[in-house]
Design a protein around this ligand. Structure first.
Ligand code: GLN
Length: 427
């Protein structure tokens, strides 16, 4: 059977055509790009890549480099140090605004140029030269993409020939002591970072790496720590689309980052990474068709991050109370799906409803994952039941609930849930 996914992506490209918007004019090489190029790619978090349109076309990454360099600065210096230099508040301003927070004198966030130049300057040691910083950035982005990326020298030279605004921003940052290096070197390094050449397939894979919490789906390498990936996605959510961030949040609703060459990268945590490419831009500097495609895909595929997930009650599959021949009560609680706070809270309620239980059987055979708070809560339920004198038996052949130090009975996998309860009757 042929997969329906590529057909769907092709259909999206056909439906979201049109030629509204203009090429980025302030970088001469971008002004001569082919405006009709169009691509969409989707990467699952286990590395399956779906593509449609011009997915092999290379273009400069531009501002989509910003989240990755922010990630590198965070990995190098830790969150507190980076927060001292760069804020996390949406600016509501254009990407190249000359602005700083009034009191702290920090750039408002790392997705606008002021913050991105600062993040670039933070990479590695303050004394590193331009080439060393750029090489570290190129290396990290290659790790995200799972292939060697390179700087497009023509794009770099072209942007440098007109980099007056970024030089002004870097000078402003230097004058307030936000950066310590020569502003020209910071702009040279940052402009090379923006000139790294990628395809939309690369961007989808890089997005999937953020969506998995920093693990590259094809190489399996932990490229940045999970906490760094979360921080980056959070800032993308609130600041990634510049002064259109609020619009984007309410209509599309997943973390994203755009660039003036026409790319948009989007990541839905735990689910997928995606990228679109179409060079004509709207007044915010975001790809016109790219925004349209993302809006449509979000609606079709239910990708809005604020879409309420499955209700917690569906995670308690069955909850039965049985009375033994001696009159004592047994409780058999079968769970399913992924356990988090709200699902385990349902279990807490079933065992704290007043009836003293002599035997508690917790059936976890259909549980797919247990997060940290759910694991701690389940362990606490077991401990408290035991303190109350109950016997606890676990049906957990895959060890989704590691309870090493607790004396729980682990029932065999093939156990039919009622066999040891011979003689018991449903209450
Ligand atoms: N290199 C570009 C600049 O600094 C990146 C801007 C963007 O993609 N929005 O102006």
């Amino acid at each position: 059977m042929k997969s329906p996914v590529p057909d769907y992506l092709t259909e999206i490209l056909d439906a979201c055509g049109g030629d509204a918007g203009a090429l980025a004019g302030y970088i001469p090489e971008l002004a001569s790009a082919d405006p009709d190029r169009l691509a969409v790619c989707l990467s699952t978090i286990d590395g399956k890549l779906y593509r449609a349109g011009d997915s092999g076309t290379e273009f400069s990454i531009q501002s989509i480099s910003k989240p990755f360099v922010y990630a590198l600065a965070l990995a190098d210096h830790g969150l507190d140090d980076v927060l001292e230099r760069i804020g996390v508040e949406p600016s509501g301003e254009a990407f190249n605004e000359l602005s700083l927070e009034r009191d702290s004198r920090r750039p408002r966030n790392p997705m606008i140029n002021a913050g991105a130049l600062t993040a670039h300057a933070l990479v590695g040691d303050p004394g590193d030269d331009v080439d060393t910083r750029v090489e570290r950035v190129r290396r990290l982005m290659s790790d995200f993409a799972g292939r060697e990326l390179h700087v497009d020298r023509r794009i770099y030279e072209s942007e440098m020939s007109q980099a007056y605004r970024n030089l002004a921003i870097a000078n402003m940052l230097r004058s307030y002591g936000v950066i310590g290096q020569d502003p020209r070197d910071v702009v040279r390094g940052y402009t090379q970072q923006c000139a790294i050449s990628v395809t939309s397939s690369d961007l989808a894979t890089m997005a999937a790496t953020l969506a998995t919490g920093g693990v590259q789906p094809t190489t399996g390498k932990q490229v940045v720590p999970e906490k760094v990936a979360r921080q980056v996605l959070s800032v993308m959510m609130t600041c990634g689309m510049y002064d259109a961030a609020g619009d984007w949040m309410t209509t599309v609703g997943f973390p994203a980052k755009s660039g003036v060459s026409g790319g948009i990268l989007g990541a839905l945590p735990g689910q997928l990474g995606m990228a679109v490419f179409s060079p004509r831009l709207d007044s915010h500097g975001n790809s016109t068709r790219g925004v349209r495609i993302c809006t449509r895909m979000s609606a079709d595929m239910g990708l809005h991050i604020m879409q309420a997930p499955e209700p917690a009650r569906s995670t308690v599959r069955r909850d039965r109370t049985l009375r033994g021949p001696d009159g004592s009560l047994a409780r058999v609680c079968s769970l399913q799906g992924s356990m988090q706070f709200s699902s385990v809270e349902r279990v807490v309620r079933t065992v704290t409803d007043g009836l003293p239980i002599a035997l508690f059987v917790l059936d976890l055979r259909r549980v797919s994952s247990v997060n940290d708070v759910a694991r701690r809560m389940l362990a606490e339920i077991v401990r408290r039941l035991q303190l109350d004198g109950a016997e606890v038996a676990l049906l957990d052949p895959d060890h989704v609930l590691p309870l090493s130090e607790q004396a729980v009975v682990r029932l065999p996998e093939r156990w039919s849930s009622l066999a040891p309860l011979e003689g018991y009757e449903r209450v």
